[in-house]
Design a protein around this ligand. Structure first.
Ligand code: G6Q
Length: 549
């Protein structure tokens, strides 16, 4: 359905008018005025807890934001997604990553096909295979069990499993070492191959299309390397594929009995739940992989059924929209206070920016507001010693998402309290800042002269009033990780619905897949670079000259 321009909707206009005051509110004051602010502006779902009270908003702001969500048809579009309607308009595809985590026995018929049954047939295949590799029953060509798994894939076929394998490190099989090779840069493959033995290495070629240049080149290199020690007949024990393209898998030389299929209704950046998660299932075992799916399903059910007032993905999305639209926040910083989530910001970069980094509506008109902020981040406490300076005292307001667990999965004394203390102290400091009076009192306590105090004072003031969310869970279990990823998937979905962009295509990425082809021909062949600007021609000439050194 064609949507009116966002800024012309009555709920947007009501919000804009509310924002003329609200954007200047001081959070210190909001907390002082309402002792119930924390219970009012927090919500639980699927084992996660969201505190969004440290934002420049109040209950009325939330009401107006939810009016906007209703007016933009978030619930209608959500139901259409879950029902398998082709909401990815530019590719005419359904968007059904949620079906990948439906419990067994639940059916969903799309285009006459029960995809619930298809999904569980592949899960059975994954269980059988991962059980055999993990138990040591699956043997390499010299009769030894597999010790190393190299996942070859890029973008959505890499970021999800790589992030999740690291996140669930403490659940991993002790014998299996997981490696991820994505970059066309040979240094990536070179570094991985240097660590493994062909007799005990399993390669997973993970590519939805099985045409992605980087992955195909890396897969060719891996096969060539393997065949220096083994024979073609040994390939099936060491190469498996995850793809939607059976023909290309077979043409590459992988036995299609060792192919794990998925479907065109699974977008790359939403595919960790599909067979693209094979490396994760190998690392943690099928039981935990199932828990991971169940955690995401619990968040799906919450998103699908909870009233908007208590709907965690909707609230997270609308608070993000508020900050983007009315506080001009051009970026969002993610700070996991958990070392095993160190790849989570990179994962969210793709999820959010590839989905909502768009400038036209689903109907093709120009969007009349800013869309997706730049997403970036690093683990705390490391990030505190790097760029938190800018977040506290720089000229831009950067909203933050703090993510932490109440309990650690290690038992090293003292560490977890220190970690959590830092996490909570930072969000408090971003909210409160430090006034000139407070800074002056600090300096006076140091017995400085009046002149020294006045000179230092401006540097010691923190403006504060900087927004953040805190997301907590008990421990980083497979189920909590599943719920966390699904939370952000649905948050992205809701913001896409507000902006009326298609969150499920990626034409900007497709461009990159063809751009390099011409220059590669010029670099490797005798074709002279003439068709480019002088900069590009000059760079190509330099690279060609270096090849002859
Ligand atoms: C994700 C994108 C993109 C994609 C990669 C890999 O949503 O479409 O990151 O996942 O380009 O594509 P293949 O899996 O087809 O190799």
């Amino acid at each position: 359905m064609r949507q009116p321009a966002l800024t012309s909707t009555s709920s947007f206009l009501a919000l804009a008018s509310h924002a003329t005051d609200a954007r200047n509110w001081q959070m210190r004051q909001l907390f002082a005025d309402d002792a119930q602010r924390f219970p009012k502006l927090t919500v639980d779902a699927a084992g996660l807890f969201l505190d969004y009270s440290k934002n420049r908003l109040d209950g009325r702001t939330v009401e107006l934001l939810l009016d906007l969500a209703r007016e933009r048809g978030v619930e209608r579009l959500r139901d259409a997604m879950f029902a398998g309607e082709k909401i990815n308009l530019t590719e005419q595809r359904a968007v059904l990553h949620t079906a990948l985590r439906m419990p067994r026995g639940k059916s969903l018929v799309v285009d006459g096909q029960d995809i619930g049954r298809d999904v569980h047939a592949v899960l059975d295949q994954i269980k059988d295979f991962t059980d055999r590799v993990r138990s040591g029953a699956w043997l390499g060509y010299t009769g030894k069990p597999i010790t190393d798994v190299i996942n070859i894939g890029i973008g959505g076929s890499d970021l999800g499993p790589k992030m999740a394998v690291l996140a669930l490190r403490s659940y991993s099989h002790p014998r299996l070492k997981m490696h991820f090779v994505s970059n066309v840069d040979g240094h990536d493959m070179d570094a991985a191959l240097a660590q493994v033995n062909p007799e005990t290495t399993l390669f997973i070629v993970a590519s939805k299309t099985f045409t992605t240049a980087e992955t195909m080149l890396n897969a060719d290199t891996a096969r060539h390397w393997f065949l220096q020690s083994a024979t073609e007949a040994d390939l099936p024990r060491h190469f498996v594929a995850v793809s939607t393209n059976k023909q290309a898998v077979s043409a590459f030389g992988i036995d299609t009995a060792n192919m794990f299929p998925f479907w065109d209704w699974v977008g790359g950046r939403y595919s960790v739940w599909s067979a693209i998660g094979l490396s994760l299932a190998l690392a943690v075992g099928f039981g935990y992989f199932n828990d991971f799916l169940a955690g995401a399903h619990a968040m799906d059910e919450h998103f699908r059924t909870a009233p908007l007032e208590q709907n965690m993905p909707v609230l997270l999305a609308m608070v993000g929209f508020w900050n983007r639209q009315f506080l001009d926040a051009g970026s969002l910083s993610i700070a996991p206070y958990h070392q095993d989530l160190s790849r989570f910001p990179a994962y969210l970069q793709q999820l959010d920016m590839e989905s909502n980094g768009k400038r036209v509506t689903r109907g093709g008109a120009a969007v009349d507001t800013p869309t997706c902020p730049v997403v970036w981040g690093e683990c705390g406490t490391n990030a505190q010693h790097a760029y938190f300076q800018l977040l506290h005292q720089g000229t831009d307001v950067t909203p933050m998402d703090f993510i932490a667990t109440l309990r650690a999965t290690h038992d090293l004394a003292g560490h977890h309290d220190a970690l959590l203390a830092n996490c909570f102290a930072q969000s408090e400091a971003f909210m409160k800042g430090k006034t000139a009076e407070e800074a002056r009192a600090d300096l006076q306590a140091l017995n400085l002269s009046a002149a020294e105090i006045e000179a230092l004072l401006p540097h010691k003031v923190f403006p504060g009033n900087r927004p953040s969310n805190t997301i907590l869970m008990d421990q980083l279990t497979p189920s909590a990780l599943g719920a966390l990823i699904a939370l952000y998937e649905h948050k992205t979905f809701v913001q896409g619905a507000i902006w009326d962009v298609n969150s499920f295509d990626q034409w900007g990425v497709e461009l990159g897949k063809v751009l390099a082809k011409n220059i590669q021909a010029e670099l490797t062949g005798s074709v002279q670079p003439e068709r480019h600007d002088s900069s590009t021609n000059g760079l190509i000439v330099m690279a060609k000259a270096a090849q002859h050194l």
